[in-house]
Design a protein around this ligand. Structure first.
Ligand SMILES: NC(=O)c1ccc[n+]([C@@H]2O[C@H](COP(=O)([O-])OP(=O)(O)OC[C@H]3O[C@@H](n4cnc5c(N)ncnc54)[C@H](O)[C@@H]3O)[C@@H](O)[C@H]2O)c1
Length: 288
């Protein structure tokens, strides 16, 4: 395994040096880890996020470290803005070799109580953002005809639904499905575009703290679950930089299934499959 990891690392540096990458949701958390790691590999980086100030600060940090990096404020739920992002990447670096559709948000609460506007935002950002990315970038990648990579963020939560986070479960299942469809479509077209689904476990980030925005969050069971997930990330989550290192290694190995934390995904896959095969109803985990 160590040998494989080293081979992946060598491949990542070799494969990706000098390539251009567009990363959405790059201001903080997992996206900022992708940006720092990509820059360290010698990639030319376009950072996209709706939060402009931290985005510009990160671009400046990367440039100071010697990287080519540019910040482009982008709302991924706006198809026009994502098309403009692709135009800008073309202007800056002559095209996009790698697209990382990473931007995503969380909402917690009972599915019928999460406000409709929050549901809509989840659908439009978490999954609509990926669709907008594909619409803007895939035709350009196909036309260029050079080797390219598309990474879409799902989650360990894209394999098993959780209570009190239905919009998250729904969008992360959707991202898994649409990424698999896209991968098959690339095979049909014989396109040199490698499609990968990224399925993080617990990674240190802002996603739970920024989810505490709606009135449904004050319910004790919702606050308890949010706190539990935040603690899991704080105490056991890997850093965004370590996450990025594992992801780039696996992508360099040519994998569709990019699983940075197999210890968190693998133990749940077999019981889940057995639950479905045996037609057993879904059950709450012990602590509920
Ligand atoms: N942190 C984890 O444990 C974890 C686990 C599994 C999957 N993920 C996934 O990883 C991705 C990144 O999450 P994170 O944990 O780093 O969260 P985060 O909240 O730290 O970062 C998300 C980033 O997305 C940006 N963003 C939000 N709305 C946007 C929009 N409309 N347009 C552009 N950018 C927007 C935010 O400003 C922020 O910078 C998400 O897709 C998330 O679902 C995270």
């Amino acid at each position: 395994m160590v040998g494989t990891e080293n081979a992946g690392a060598a491949n990542a540096a070799e494969l990706f040096r000098g390539k251009s990458v567009v990363i959405t949701g790059a201001s903080t958390g997992i996206g900022s880890g992708f940006a720092r790691h990509a820059a360290a590999l010698g990639m030319r980086v376009v950072l996209a996020d709706i939060a402009e100030e931290p985005l510009r600060a990160l671009a400046a940090e990367l440039r100071e470290a010697g990287a080519q990096a540019e910040a482009v404020r982008t709302d991924v739920s706006d198809a026009g803005a994502v098309a403009a992002l692709a135009d800008r990447a073309d202007e800056l670096f002559g095209g996009t070799d790698m697209l990382i559709n990473n931007a995503g948000i969380m909402a917690m609460g009972y599915s019928w109580e999460i406000p409709l506007e929050r549901w809509e935002a989840m659908l439009r950002i978490n999954t609509g953002g990926v669709v907008n990315g594909l619409h803007a970038f895939v035709p350009r990648m196909l036309e260029r005809g050079t080797r390219a990579w598309i990474l879409n963020l799902s989650s360990v939560g894209g394999f098993a639904a959780a209570p009190l986070m239905a919009p998250y479960s729904a969008t992360k299942f959707a991202n898994l499905a649409l990424t698999e469809s896209l991968h098959l479509e690339m095979q049909m077209r014989g396109a040199p575009i490698q499609v990968s689904v990224v399925t993080p476990g617990s990674v240190k980030s802002e996603i739970f703290s920024t989810a505490r925005t709606t009135e449904t969050d004050v319910k004790p069971e919702v606050a308890a679950m949010n706190g539990q997930l935040q603690r899991l990330a704080d105490e056991h989550g890997i850093s965004p930089e370590e996450h990025a290192r594992r992801v780039f290694e696996q992508v360099a190995e040519g994998r569709f299934w990019v699983v940075p934390q197999p210890d968190q995904l693998d133990p749940m896959l077999r019981p889940r499959t057995e639950m479905i095969l045996s037609r057993t109803d879904p059950r709450l985990p012990g602590e509920f």
